[in-house]
Ligand binder design. Sequence first.
Ligand SMILES: [Zn+2]
Length: 339
Amino acid sequence: MDFEKYDPVSTLKVPEHILTRAKYPFIDVHNHQWNMGSQDLGALVKEMDALHMQVMVNLSGGNGSQLKQQADNIREHAPKRFIVFANIDFDGIGQPGWTTKAVQQLEQDVKNGANGLKIFKTLGLSVNDNTGKRVPIDDPRLDAIWDKCGELKIPVLIHAADPAPFWEPMDEKNERWLELASHPGRQRGPKNPAPWAQIIEEQHRMFKKHPKTTFINAHFGWYANDLAKLAELMEEIPNMYVEFGAVIAELGRQPIMARTFFEKYQDRILFGKDSWVPSEYATYFRVLETADEYFPYHKKYHAFWRMYGMQLPDGILKKIYYKNALKIIPGIDKSGFPD
Ligand SMILES: [Zn+2]
């Protein structure tokens, strides 16, 4: 038998609270729907209702006519339930006039119904300019875009790089070995296309350079496994918020440290999940709401360890589930949420 096969049934008997529905209506700020322009939103709303998800933020809005179609479909069929973020088309960056055009497109997208901007991890990893050079996240050719978001009072949700172990040797010491073994495309060399720390630092420099713009650092900025470091960044960068999409397993293995972090930064943490698999939300609710011990995560390649609940108090839960998102994302109907 090998490690991938080993999957022992726990003999531990402790109280279990399997939550298929959140205690409060919540806003998922990190979701992807790829076909929202023509999708039957009614079917999606039913699935959301079962989870108690009041509002879904679709980060894959695109731009131009694609974005407008999505915003129109939302306005017509479920205006209180969905928010859409625009995306930048980085093609041609470096050509004269690129920045001006990108800013104009963003303004138009916001007029058409976008309530935020999402930057995919391609920026910093695979976006090259017209001379073939990697575009760093803090490239000055992007400054006007970040400033425009501040001016329009829309947040920028940004996913930079990936977990650091993807840059490290894939050996018996690598904590993401199983993920790399099952997803070989995720492995990178130490400098492919730049060292991990360099890409992450570009992101932090960019946040600091644009203090009037609100940034949501996706996936806890890949520091969910080092909350002391993330706390330092929270202090240094007051315009940075974080969401915990795809990293709840990191929080669930350190419930005491994580709860302390949530207490301290309760006004700057948002609920995010990323991939749309409704059954997986139960793990998130359980880590946030319960005091359950030693329960499994839903994907062994993210967490071969077991999880523990943080049992956050109601006041913090409400902030995480909806109050913080209502504060920074414009255009969300507030009537669906308690005080
Ligand atoms: Zn995502």
